[in-house]
Ligand binder design. Structure first.
Ligand SMILES: [Zn+2]
Ligand SMILES: [Zn+2]
Length: 147
């Protein structure tokens, strides 16, 4: 789809690498959770990841999936998108990008923009704390829903 978009196999190699460097094991369970988060362009939430992983690992719990996803966020393997926390979505696309959020079907679509990557952070945002990243979220009706 997008040329900037990193293939799943590359993401998984990177995943194994990061875990190894952090002294963590790339267990089957962790790998399945990451694969589920990483293969989708839909920015799945924990519930959706849980349901998909449970089809292959029936003994897994939602709590484990949550803890594992937050571990991946801490390791810089995923980003967590926006509040509210209970419906937080996870994004395995770590290339700088922006989002189009469809208010009807709740899909969150990635897009790339070098202009938005260079956004100037306003002083009053900087006054609120140390800025680490900035991402643009556009809301509207996706082409599927507006057709
Ligand atoms: Zn839509
Ligand atoms: Zn994204």
């Amino acid at each position: 789809m997008d040329i900037e978009h990193q293939p799943l196999q590359e993401r998984i190699e990177h995943f194994k690498d990061v875990l190894r460097r952090s002294g963590l094991k790339a267990t089957h369970q962790r790998l399945e959770i990451f694969r589920e988060a990483g293969k989708s362009e839909e920015h799945p939430d924990a519930e959706a990841i849980f349901k998909a992983v449970r089809a292959r690992i029936p003994t897994i719990s939602l709590d484990t999936v949550y803890r594992t996803l937050w571990l991946f966020v801490d390791l810089g393997l995923l980003s967590a998108l926006g509040p509210p926390r209970q419906r937080v979505r996870f994004d395995a696309n770590m290339t700088p990008h922006h989002h189009f959020f469809c208010r009807k079907c709740s899909r969150m679509l990635d897009f790339y923009s070098t202009e938005f990557d260079r956004l100037i952070i306003p002083m009053n945002a900087k006054a609120l704390g140390k800025v680490e990243a900035a991402q643009v979220e556009i809301r509207g009706l996706c082409s599927r829903c507006s057709a």
